[in-house]
Design a protein around this ligand. Sequence first.
Ligand SMILES: O=C(O)c1cc(=O)[nH]c(=O)n1[C@@H]1O[C@H](COP(=O)(O)O)[C@@H](O)[C@H]1O
Length: 239
Amino acid sequence: MKRFQPIVALDVPTKRLSLKLLDQFEVEPKPIIKIGMQLFYEEGPDIIWETQRRGFDIFLDLKLHDIPNTVEKGMQSIGHFGVQFTTIHAAGGSEMMAAGLRGLQAGAAEAEVEAPKLLAITQLTSTDEHSMQTEQHVNLSIQESVQSYAKLAQQAGVDGVVCSAQELAVIRPVVSDDFLCITPGIRPDLNVEDDQKRTVTPAQARQLGSNGIVVGRPITQSDHPQDAYLEITKEFLED
Ligand SMILES: O=C(O)c1cc(=O)[nH]c(=O)n1[C@@H]1O[C@H](COP(=O)(O)O)[C@@H](O)[C@H]1O
């Protein structure tokens, strides 16, 4: 099973701070860098070029969720960037996910770059079963909801899902072997949750069969981001 090096969420407000962090990751294996909405809305595509110039693969996490035509056009623009991964919300439905995939492939073809892997967000790792049931009015367990989104995402043709590693046991039996399961909500110390609800350690994510972990604050807010990254990498990649 494919296991990627950890994906570091660069959840900082400015280019200056992000470049300072990137300088910390001149190590092997180089992390995949996740650029999310805060940094992208602030700095625009320039932050992608700067990160690519430093030799990092990019996970552009903009979580598109809109009517199919709007998502298709938005994804067409994202397809131009030459990033390796990007995200869409499974809750938008199969028609929207298929439209997003079409747009992404069209954009990548226009720019003559490889299309990114498209990942569907299932239930955010900050959601617990109680809030899902009482606020989204989803009358299922978290496991059932995530499993159902994973099946829908695969039928729509996307490359994988984002979920908690806690749900992998129910997803794997219903998707193909090459379907990617990328898992945030990673905490080396499970006592530190922040706003995350469905957390696991890097070692648990490996044991549960995650293809890649997304880690933000445990690395970026550490006094020694490089040491924290290397420690987490060892825990996740080494059998
Ligand atoms: O799409 C994501 O990456 C994502 C999905 C999800 O369900 N939960 C989740 O935490 N994330 C992202 O993963 C990162 C987790 O950050 P930390 O909680 O600081 O490790 C953030 O950048 C979130 O946007």
